[in-house]
Design a protein around this ligand. Structure first.
Ligand code: SF4
Length: 373
């Protein structure tokens, strides 16, 4: 599979935990100039490029006005061969969606909406610096359904300081009521340079204990499974047949191009990341230069290890023969002692030609992966 990611770097304001590249209206007013530049980047893609999945993310793509969304979608369809696309997702945030915007999105071929709700709990939303309350999130969800979208993902954040186990379960009861097809549920990460990390370091915030986080994770997993969601990746759950194909493309080590500032590409064994600066991004493309500064080529073993870790994120695990064909490496030769150790400790399982994380390993997957890369 091949995919296209498009980064729209605008947000209404900055959430306290976020380290994605984004700018506010006060920092960059001329969105038209950005859309013209993005169109230039689309036109630089190989003419043979024909993605199967497209994902418009950000930032907040839905801060764009209806006429800007229309222009973006027109530019995508004019520049890129969309005939093989099987999934076309767009991120949205509560507080930025309207009936008009959703109609434009549907009309432009988007068939999946991924909405960043993060929580329905008022204290958590305030701490995370979100611009919306739970009522707006529910209203936005209803607008998405009324517009006819049948594939909806909700993003939730777990382990927000102050959130109890009951608060987490209350969020899941709202999920049970709304019935999205897909749910992504990540633990809060204190990214360097964010206000939330500064609060943590200064002692103004206290992160939950790791054992409490782990209990909460397995309780969430159990409740979502009761609700009919299948866990197909460490942090992702879906109703039958509703897994996100674009994310699976990343986890299976597929090829993709990323357009927009800070977007990354992985194509034909090379990796390159666009500059994370809107001024520089526009400057380079306006002069017909590529919007990235370096192309990285990992050596074959490093690439194989990276692929192994990505594939292990999925609960179905790694098909060992397919991995050998794709990477040229046997997992045993690549990981040797660490593999034996983790199998002995019950954190990895090798059965029926597959290597998988066991359930106890899911919450501590990063420490398992650190031995492989
Ligand atoms: S809306 Fe999303 S991208 Fe924008 S600041 Fe908040 S978390 Fe970051």
């Amino acid at each position: 599979m091949t995919g296209l990611y498009i980064h729209i770097p605008f947000c209404v304001s900055r959430c306290s935990y976020c380290d994605f590249y984004r700018v506010t209206a006060a920092e960059w007013g001329d969105r038209g100039a950005f859309l013209r530049t993005l169109d230039r980047e689309f036109k630089r893609l190989p003419s043979s490029f024909s993605p199967e999945t497209v994902f418009i993310g950000g930032g907040t793509p839905t801060v764009l006005e209806p006429y800007e969304l229309e222009r973006l979608l027109q530019s995508i369809h004019d520049s890129i061969d969309m005939r093989r696309v099987v999934e076309f997702s767009c991120e949205a945030n509560p507080g930025t969606l309207t009936v008009e915007k959703l109609a434009v999105m549907r009309g432009g071929g988007i068939d999946r909406i991924s909405m960043g709700v993060q929580s329905f709990n008022p204290s958590a939303l305030q701490l995370l610096g979100r611009i919306h309350d739970a009522g707006e999130a529910i209203k936005s969800y209803e607008l998405i359904r009324e517009a006819g979208f049948t594939k909806v993902n909700l993003d939730l954040i777990q382990s927000v300081p102050g959130m109890s186990r009951d608060d987490m379960l209350a969020d899941l009861e709202m999920v049970a009521r709304l019935k999205p097809e897909h749910l992504s549920s990540y633990n809060l990460i204190y990214e360097g340079g964010t206000p939330m990390q500064a609060d943590l370091e200064a002692g103004r915030l206290i992160a939950p204990d790791e054992d409490v986080e782990a209990d909460s994770y397995y309780l969430m997993k159990e409740r979502l499974e009761q609700l009919g969601y299948e866990q197909y990746e460490i942090s992702n759950f879906a109703l039958a047949g509703q897994a996100c194909l674009h994310n699976i493309l990343y986890w299976e080590g597929g090829d993709y191009f990323g357009c927009g500032p800070s977007a990354h590409s992985h194509w034909g064994g090379a990796r390159f990341g666009n500059v994370s600066d809107l001024h520089q991004y526009c400057f380079l493309l306006e002069r017909d230069q590529p919007p990235f500064l370096e192309v990285e080529r990992l050596d074959a073993a490093a690439k194989a290890r990276e692929l192994l870790v990505m594939q292990l994120r999925m609960l179905k695990g790694v098909d060992l023969e397919a991995f050998y064909r794709q990477s040229g490496f046997r997992v045993e030769a690549l990981c040797g002692d660490a593999l034996t150790l983790y199998i002995d400790e019950g954190l990895l399982r090798m059965e029926g030609g597959r290597l998988q994380l066991t359930s106890p390993a899911l919450f501590i997957s990063n420490s398992v992966f650190s031995a492989f890369v």
